[in-house]
Write a protein that binds this ligand. Structure first.
Ligand SMILES: [Zn+2]
Length: 552
C-alpha cells in the first residue's frame, strides 16, 4: 500500500497494539478515508504524511487497539429490548406484573405488549417464570409476550388466544407448550415454540432505525466495531440495510439468517434459495455472514448424552431431524452458503459434527470456514478432534457461563458445568476459535469477555474449570482479530496494518498490561469505525478539527 500523498488523520500515541502474530507495538498510525495507510514504531514516524490538511491526535496517555469484533451478539434483539417492558428490573413476579400493568395503561387495548428478554428468573424471589394466570393480573385486554433469553417465553391468556394456541395445539417442531397435569396451558413456550406460533406485527421502520442507533451507541461506547448477529430474519436484514443506507449504522454488522426446522425439507430449501442473498453479499457495513440453524435448546433443553441432573428422565431435545439437517445444509453449502449451528449439549455437538461430516463428504470443494458451531458448551477430546479435523470454527461466549453458571449446575450438575467451553483445550489442540458474548443474555462489554476467559469467573458460582483459562494476549486476539477470519475478511479487518479498515479503540491505561480485575471497569475514551469517531465523549477527535493544518 503506497504511503505517499495526503492523509486525513494521524494518531500519535503511547502505544498502538496491532495484535499481529509478532506482537508489534507502534506509536503512530495514519488514516485516509476509512482505511489505514501506514503505521510507524516511533511517534514522529508518519509526520511526513500529516501534510497540510490532516487532523492529528497527539496524546501519549492513550493506548490504541483494533476495535472489538463480537462474533455472537444479538444486536437486533437488544434493539427490540430497548423498546420493551424492562422486566429485568423486577425482583419478584409481582414486580414484573406491575411493570407490565404500567405499560398496559399507556397502550391501546388489543395491541401486543412485549418484555425485554434480557433477564433471568434466578433473579426473582420465586426463582421461576410467571404463568399465564399471573400475567393476566397485569392485563386481560392486551396480548402479552414475556420473553426470556432466546429459548423461553410466556404468554398471558389473551396472548394465547390471539396467537390461536389452544390446549389441542400440538407442540411445534423444536418446541414445547407448557401444560398442567390436566392438559390445560400454563402459558409457557419452550424452545422454538415462540417463533413458530407467535407473530407480533413489527414497529414502523423509522422507530426501528432509531432504536438500532441507540443500541449501536451502547456497543461502540464499549469499543465494539463489528458484531455478528446470529439470528436475523429477512425483515431484520432489510432494517440493517435501511439504517446503513441512511448513514445511521455506526458499527459493522455480519447477519446470520435463521432457518426454521418446520415444514417439508424441499420447502425449507426453497426458502433458502428464495432469500435473494448469499454469504459474503453486501459491503463493509452490512455483509451477510451465512445461515443459522438451532439444533438444541438453552440450558433447559440442551441435548445431552446423559440425563439432566435435575430430571433423570430428560436428556434435552434436538430441534432438527439429523437427516433433514443434512439435506438442507447440503443444498445450502452447494449454493455458496456458510452454515453456523447452535449446539450446546454434548449430544447436539456430536450430532452436528455427524451432519457436517456427511456434508463435507458430499462436497469436496468447500471453502475453508464453511462450518461453524456456536457455543459447543460440551465438547470432549473426541469431538474436539473431529471438529478440528473438519476445520469447524467454534464461537465461544464466556458471558454465558458467567450469567448461567448457577442454572447449569442445577440442571446439568457440577461435573458438566466445569468443562463448559474448554477454550484452552480447543486452542492447544489446534481449533479455530473466536469470542463473543451472546448479549443480551449476559454482559456485552468485550473487556469483561477478555477478563472472563482469563479467569473463568462466574457471577454467582465462583471459578468454573480454571484449567481452561487462557492468557491475556490470546484472549484479546479471540475478542478482536479472530472474527476477521470467521467472516473471511482478513484483507479488511484483523491486526492493524496498511490497507485494512480504520476501526480503532483508545483507552487511558493499557488493557494489555493493567491488573486483570481492572479489565472489568476500564472503559474506552474514543472509538473510531471506518475512520470516523462513533464514540467520543471527550471530543478528542472533534477537537482536532480546529487545529486542522496547524499540526504539520
Ligand atoms: Zn445466541
Amino acid at each position: 500500500m503506497g504511503a505517499s500523498g495526503s492523509v486525513d488523520l494521524v494518531i500519535r500515541a503511547g502505544r498502538i497494539h496491532a495484535l499481529s502474530a509478532d506482537q508489534a507495538v507502534y506509536r503512530s498510525i495514519a488514516i485516509r478515508g476509512d482505511t489505514i495507510v501506514a503505521l510507524a514504531p516511533d511517534a514522529g514516524g508518519l509526520n511526513r504524511l500529516a501534510g497540510t490538511g490532516a487532523r492529528v491526535i497527539d496524546d501519549d496517555s492513550l493506548t490504541w487497539l483494533p476495535a472489538f469484533y463480537d462474533t455472537h451478539n444479538h444486536l437486533l434483539e437488544a434493539t427490540r429490548n430497548a423498546r420493551f417492558v424492562p422486566v429485568n428490573r423486577a425482583r419478584s413476579i409481582a414486580e414484573m406484573v406491575a411493570l407490565i400493568r404500567e405499560q398496559a395503561a399507556r397502550t391501546p387495548a388489543g395491541r401486543w405488549i412485549q418484555t425485554s428478554n434480557a433477564w433471568h428468573e434466578q433473579k426473582l424471589a420465586e426463582g421461576r417464570l410467571p404463568t399465564a394466570q399471573e400475567l393476566d393480573q397485569a392485563t386481560r385486554d392486551h396480548p402479552v409476550l414475556v420473553r426470556r433469553g432466546g429459548h423461553m417465553a410466556v404468554l398471558n391468556t389473551r396472548g394465547l388466544d390471539d396467537a390461536g394456541i389452544t390446549p389441542s395445539t400440538p407442540d411445534p417442531p423444536g418446541g414445547k407448550l407448557g401444560r398442567r397435569p390436566d392438559g390445560t396451558l400454563d402459558g409457557m413456550l419452550e424452545g422454538g415454540a415462540q417463533y413458530a406460533l407467535v407473530h407480533v406485527p413489527p414497529a414502523p421502520i423509522g422507530e426501528q432505525i432509531a432504536g438500532l442507533e441507540a443500541s449501536c451507541r451502547r456497543f461502540t461506547a464499549a469499543g465494539i466495531g463489528t458484531v455478528r448477529d446470529p439470528v436475523v430474519s429477512p425483515d431484520g436484514l432489510r432494517l440493517y440495510q435501511a439504517a446503513a443506507i441512511a448513514g445511521r449504522l455506526d458499527l459493522r454488522v455480519r447477519p446470520l439468517l435463521l432457518v426454521f426446522p418446520d415444514g417439508p425439507v424441499e420447502k425449507r430449501i426453497a426458502g433458502i434459495h428464495g432469500l435473494g442473498t448469499v454469504s459474503g453479499a453486501g459491503d463493509d457495513w452490512v455483509k451477510v455472514w451465512g445461515l443459522k440453524f438451532v439444533l438444541d435448546g438453552g440450558p433447559e433443553g440442551g441435548a445431552l448424552e446423559q440425563p439432566y441432573a435435575s430430571d433423570p428422565t430428560f436428556t434435552g431435545h434436538l430441534n432438527w431431524d439429523p437427516q433433514d439437517l443434512f439435506e438442507v445444509m447440503n443444498a445450502a453449502v452447494a449454493a455458496g452458503w456458510r452454515v453456523a449451528t447452535h449446539a450446546i449439549g454434548d449430544r447436539a455437538v456430536r450430532t452436528v459434527l455427524d451432519v457436517y461430516e456427511r456434508v463435507l463428504a458430499a462436497n469436496s470443494t468447500l471453502a475453508a470456514g464453511t462450518f461453524v458451531i456456536e457455543h459447543a458448551f460440551l465438547a470432549d477430546r473426541v469431538q474436539r478432534a473431529r471438529a478440528i479435523r473438519m476445520g469447524v470454527h467454534i464461537t465461544v461466549q464466556h458471558a454465558l457461563l458467567h450469567a448461567l453458571g448457577a442454572s447449569l449446575i442445577r440442571l446439568w450438575g457440577p461435573e458438566r458445568t466445569r468443562p463448559i467451553m474448554p477454550v484452552k483445550a480447543w486452542l492447544e489442540e489446534g481449533a479455530e476459535l473466536s469470542a463473543g458474548t451472546d448479549y443480551p443474555i449476559g454482559f456485552y462489554e468485550p473487556l469483561r469477555t477478555v477478563w472472563g476467559m482469563m479467569t473463568r469467573q462466574t457471577e454467582s458460582v465462583g471459578v468454573q474449570g480454571p484449567e481452561y483459562a487462557i492468557d491475556r494476549e490470546t484472549a484479546f486476539r479471540l475478542a478482536i482479530v479472530a472474527g476477521a477470519k470467521l467472516s473471511a475478511e482478513d484483507e479488511r479487518l484483523g491486526p492493524l496494518r496498511g490497507g485494512r479498515l480504520a476501526d480503532l479503540v483508545a483507552f487511558r491505561g493499557d488493557p494489555l498490561t493493567c491488573p486483570v480485575d481492572q479489565l472489568r471497569e476500564l472503559e474506552p475514551v474514543l472509538t473510531i469505525v471506518g475512520g470516523r469517531a462513533v464514540f467520543d465523549p471527550e471530543g478528542i477527535l472533534s477537537a482536532t478539527a480546529s487545529a486542522r493544518g496547524s499540526n504539520v
